[in-house]
Design a protein around this ligand. Structure first.
Ligand code: FMN
Length: 184
């Protein structure tokens, strides 16, 4: 039986979203997919993939530009594949109602970056605040902003939630891949 192929694409300034992307890739591999993982800015083509999972950090209230650029470049092809998005951010750390509203806005902005692509789901995860990974301007801004917000440096990723999303996404991708391959 031919294996379904998944491409995991990431855009990550300080590495924590890339680490999540690697876990996504590992889970797809464990569930029987052929998997490739690539930096969003470096992807040349996506023709052979049945599923494409795109994950990026939120920086300055936006999904990283490399992820947005990837969607722009491959919009037409992505509209014919199984797609899921995820993002990491620190707005989810406190998770008050106003934070959840902001996270909902992040999701909606990502969804509205293409109306042709119909993703299976959008995963939103708390990320990492680690000043030792940052340099110069980002470090300066982040220290001011997150000190004011009373968010201290820490790995806020909740791996249970992340694995739950990945496995739900894999189940949906598999189901749709089987339906699509039987139609052809
Ligand atoms: C310069 C900078 C800007 C950020 N802007 C936001 C933001 O607007 N909203 C948010 O929720 N998190 C923001 N974050 C938090 C990041 O989304 C979080 O730290 C994420 O885990 C970083 O992922 P990365 O390690 O893959 O770059 C920002 C972090 C930095 C350092």
């Amino acid at each position: 039986m031919t294996k379904f192929k998944a491409l995991i694409v990431h855009a990550s300034e300080f590495g924590s979203t890339k680490e999540v992307a690697h876990v996504v890739a590992e889970e797809f591999f464990q569930k029987g997919f052929d998997v490739k993982i690539e930096n969003a800015a470096e992807v040349k083509q996506i023709k052979q993939y049945d599923a494409v999972i795109i994950g990026a950090a939120i920086h300055y209230d936006k999904w990283m530009k490399e992820a947005r650029g990837f969607i722009k470049r491959f919009e037409q092809e992505l509209s014919t594949k199984q797609v899921a998005y995820f993002f990491t951010c620190l707005t989810l750390v406190k998770a008050r109602q106003k934070d959840l509203n902001k996270v909902m806005k992040y999701s909606n902005d990502i969804l509205s970056s293409s109306l042709k692509i119909k993703p299976i789901s959008v995963g939103a995860f708390a990320g990492v605040l680690d000043y030792t990974r940052m340099k110069h301007f980002n470090k300066f801004v982040a220290k001011i902003v997150f000190t004011l917000l009373k968010i201290r440096p820490k790995d806020y990723r909740r791996w249970g939630e992340i694995y739950h999303w990945i496995n739900e996404t894999i189940d949906a991708v598999k189901k749709n891949c089987y339906i699509t391959s039987n139609e052809n």
